[in-house]
Each structure stands twice: as structure tokens, then as C-alpha cells.
Ligand binder design. Structure first.
Ligand SMILES: [Zn+2]
Length: 60
């Protein structure tokens, strides 16, 4: 989509960015904030409270 054919192909075609996520306080489950529509989400796996964190994840 935004690929520029300028001969400087990056080592990785994927783009990573610091993104706000809901991280489960009890297990490794997490979800991007933009995909969560409740103010106080609980983990879908273990029903624990989730906390806001920033994670470097792949965005493209
Ligand atoms: Zn969990």
C-alpha cells in the first residue's frame, strides 16, 4: 500500500510501533485498546483485571 519502490527495501517489511494495549494482570493475554470497547475490560481467558500498557507490536 505505502510501499515505495526506491531501491531501499527495508530488512523487514513489517512496521512496528508502540501501541496502547490492555494487558491481563494474570496471564499473557492482551488486546489492542482500539479493539476494546469497554472502560474496564477483563481478560477473556482468565477473567482477571486488565491494565493499560504500551507494547511495541506489529501494526502493518
Ligand atoms: Zn488473563
Amino acid at each position: 500500500m505505502a510501499y515505495a519502490n526506491n531501491g531501499r527495501k527495508p530488512a523487514s517489511e513489517h512496521v512496528y510501533a508502540d501501541t496502547e494495549i490492555w494487558q491481563c494482570s494474570n496471564c499473557n493475554c492482551w488486546s489492542r485498546v482500539e479493539f476494546v470497547y469497554v472502560e474496564d475490560p477483563v481478560c477473556p481467558i482468565c477473567n482477571s483485571k486488565m491494565v493499560l500498557e504500551t507494547k511495541n507490536i506489529r501494526v502493518e
